[in-house]
Ligand binder design. Structure first.
Ligand code: GLA
Length: 729
């Protein structure tokens, strides 16, 4: 059993196959964190230090024990206002205006299986795969209780965290902070990696030493954002892909979040992760409870590679749901970069016919098929077909696409409304704005108030009637702006601080309804590319358009950062035209293909514009993806280089039985008279002989992993790397 309790010492040990987590309720009922790391097989209480640090006060019951301070001890769920001056996980304002919480242990419960969270996405697992530990806490001076939930998936070395805060008192309290995870680590965690960026350049991995004080990765944009991702890694200086201790933490949430790391006065590290407390104020009336989103953590003693494998498998098998979670994904053609808004049925059918001939499975009709939408200034919200562009409507178009042997998919941006739209003219009150203030426009559009049930019902009806009106197999769910002007006519004034979270809950409710009612439709998430690329969205959409940057070279950096937490199958990635529309860069077609194949693969250009030999190349690429797709999506993924610092990008997929390996990548820059690049493979069977398809040569796994392989000399920049190894039996 993964959870072991010593009732007498009130010690809780959570064991996974390769990690151990310990917490303990001490003599004062304070819930203390003892350990998260390699398996140790004994209580780590002996490591607790009790330094008498000036200006770190003592709880009253400690009497004259000046060395017992909440400000120095590793704690399990830190509270604001009672003498722990580090970042806190929870704070509440009581009816008398005070804002302190002093949570003490009252009990525990262990159940088989994994808990779920009402209205929020959460890791799922059955009782043979997981156990749940609940720890009960109560405030010393009020009737606020907190249940800390731990979901344990031992085989995956995964622990999930979530908290339920309940007001069992008479009067309302206001939560101003309710984190999902607080993790106090021993000394030795002195670096962190966060994933920052911007539109068209998301999730750039940045590894930094921890500075004393607080560092934060966060979003207050109402979405998880392009700018920072709700996932971070804590590690030590020595940690590499294959060696060293590291901890990954990811929030399963698509709204504003905060991940704060404090490196304290004693060089201890505290991580607090959850909903961003900025703009958060949640009223808990008598008898009400608040559930935090879920944080997912994993420990690896073998570097980042193992950590990524744990998260990839968890997301694919315990977060993504539905028909497509493990299924082969269709190779798609999207018309956006081929036509932008300028299309009609004829143009789309021409693109489709060519794509079908080359083996593409699905045509996705992007923005512009509905309402009055000839540019991005109008039409959002009017989810009915524009018959000026598509004379016969969607049904006819879908049938014609089907006759070509392809499936049909459609773009939506449900959460938005254009001021120039029938919807806005009928329901201006549905657009988020503050009375007496002009709303902030972004891409000339406003947001619908997703906290309103009538808005969600309208969207459900519009989208489901479109889905029923034609044979539609796929939806791209886009979201092209950040959120501000938080105000809802449906919320009392004292509850406006609830709106950002209620927006996310509303979005999840609508997605749950639609994905449940249309189980055969593949949903792909999107937010100007990867502005809402998070595990919350992956619960509803097994793939997300990774970035609006389709440049193969830039994509190596974006996809490198994305790969630390998110599996390859989740990464929407397309071959587009050259010169690239975002950078003007020209890269070989094959390079664009290998980069796009490190994802859920597709094309985003008019294939009619290619030469005959390029068309043949596309045909072969699609065949290759169909052959290697399972290896790419279900195999183990290895980062063989760091494209931010190295002269090449290289990555590898190895089948779960170790018998097949595919190495792909891009050599950025070819130099004259240069020695050849060498890359070392990973994850092979040391004793097996592997045959390289491209040359017919054989190598032992040990040779390839220790000595590596010399890459062929390149000619021209951005040359693709393609090496396919199969174990000889
Ligand atoms: C966003 C998406 C693009 C495309 C456009 C359409 O930017 O990321 O892929 O769908 O919207 O407006």
């Amino acid at each position: 059993m993964p959870v072991i309790v010593n009732e007498k010492s009130r010690l809780f040990i959570i064991e996974t196959d390769n990690s151990e987590y310990q917490l303990m309720a001490d003599e004062y009922g304070v819930l203390r964190h003892l350990w998260y790391g390699e398996k140790v097989g004994m209580s780590m209480e002996y490591l607790c230090e009790y330094p008498d640090v000036g200006f770190s006060g003592n709880i009253y019951e400690a009497g004259n024990r000046r060395n017992y301070s909440l400000d120095t001890l590793p704690l399990e769920y830190s509270c604001a206002g009672i003498g722990d001056y580090r970042i806190s996980a929870v704070s509440a304002v009581h009816s008398n205006g005070s804002c302190a919480l002093d949570l003490r242990y009252t009990g525990y419960k262990i159940t088989d299986g994994k808990y779920s969270i009402e209205g929020l996405p959460a890791v799922y697992a059955d009782s043979s795969e997981a156990q749940t530990l609940e720890i009960y806490l109560k405030d010393t001076a009020s009737d606020i209780t907190v249940t800390l939930k731990y979901g344990v998936l031992p085989k995956l070395d995964i622990i999930t965290r979530s908290a339920v805060i309940e007001n069992k008192g008479e009067s309302s309290v206001f939560l101003t902070n309710a984190a999902s995870l607080c993790l106090d680590l021993p000394r030795g965690y002195d670096e962190w990696i966060h994933f920052h960026g911007r539109h068209t350049m998301e999730r750039i991995a940045e590894r930094l030493p921890l500075a004393h004080g607080i560092q934060e990765s966060s979003s207050c944009r109402g979405t998880s954002s392009h700018q920072q991702n709700p996932s971070i890694i804590l590690c030590n200086k020595e940690c590499t892909e294959t060696n060293g201790n590291c901890i990954g933490a990811m929030l399963m949430y698509s709204g504003s979040f905060s991940a704060k790391v404090e490196y304290d006065q004693l060089d201890q590290t505290r991580l607090v992760m959850g909903i961003n407390p900025e703009l958060f104020r949640w009223e808990l009336k008598s008898g009400e409870k608040f559930c935090t989103p879920e944080a997912v953590v994993s420990f690896s003693a073998n570097g980042f590679e193992r950590l990524s494998h744990n998260f990839h498998k968890t997301i694919r098998e315990h977060i993504c749901r539905g028909k497509y979670k493990l299924a082969e994904r269709p190779v798609l053609i999207n018309n956006w970069e081929a036509t932008y808004f300028d299309f009609d049925e004829k143009k789309i059918l021409k693109i489709a016919a060519q794509a079908a001939q080359l083996g593409v499975d699905l045509l996705v009709l992007d923005d512009g098929w509905f309402g009055k939408r000839n540019d991005d200034c109008s039409g959002l919200g009017d989810w009915f077909v524009n018959t000026d562009k598509l004379h016969g409507g969607l049904g006819t178009l879908a049938e014609k696409i089907k006759a070509l042997g392809m499936k049909f998919g459609l773009w939506f941006e449900p959460e938005m409304v254009s001021e120039d739209s029938e919807l806005y003219r009928a329901h201006p009150e549905w657009a988020i704005h503050i009375p007496d203030r002009k709303p902030n426009r972004s891409r000339f559009q406003l947001l619908l108030d997703m906290t309103r049930a009538d808005v969600r019902q309208y969207l459900y009806e519009m989208i489901s009637s479109i889905l029923k009106s034609a044979d539609i197999s796929y939806i791209k769910w886009d979201m092209n702006r950040s959120i501000c002007d938080w105000y809802s006519a449906c919320l009392e004034s004292g509850k406006m601080g609830e709106m950002p979270h209620r927006y996310v809950l509303g979005l999840y409710e609508l997605l749950e309804r639609l994905t449940h009612d249309f189980p055969d439709v593949l949903f792909e998430g999107c937010s100007g590319g990867g502005g809402r690329f998070d595990a919350g969205m992956l619960y509803y959409c097994p793939q997300i358009w990774c970035s609006d940057d389709t440049d193969a070279v830039e994509r190596t950096t974006i996809q490198y950062g994305t790969s630390f937490f998110y599996p390859i199958s989740a990464v929407g990635s397309h071959v587009s035209a050259v010169p690239n529309h975002q950078t003007g860069r020209v890269t070989p077609l094959e390079t664009r293909a290998v980069t796009a194949m490190a994802g859920s693969f597709g094309y985003e250009l008019d294939l009619n514009t290619l030469s005959e030999s390029e068309k043949q190349q596309v045909k072969n690429q699609i065949l290759r993806f169909k052959k290697d797709g399972q290896l790419i999506h279900n195999g183990l993924y290895y980062r063989l280089s760091n494209p931010i610092t190295d002269k090449l990008a290289a990555w590898e997929f190895v089948s779960n039985d170790g018998k097949e390996a595919l190495v792909n990548g891009v050599v950025f820059h070819t130099e004259p008279n240069h020695t050849r690049y060498r890359i070392k493979l990973r994850g092979l069977m040391p004793e097996a002989n592997y045959r390289l398809a491209e040359s017919g040569e054989s190598y032992t796994g040990r040779a390839l992993m220790n000595g590596g392989l010399l890459l062929p000399k390149t000619w021209g920049d951005y040359a693709p790397i393609e090496l396919h190894f199969t174990a000889e039996t």
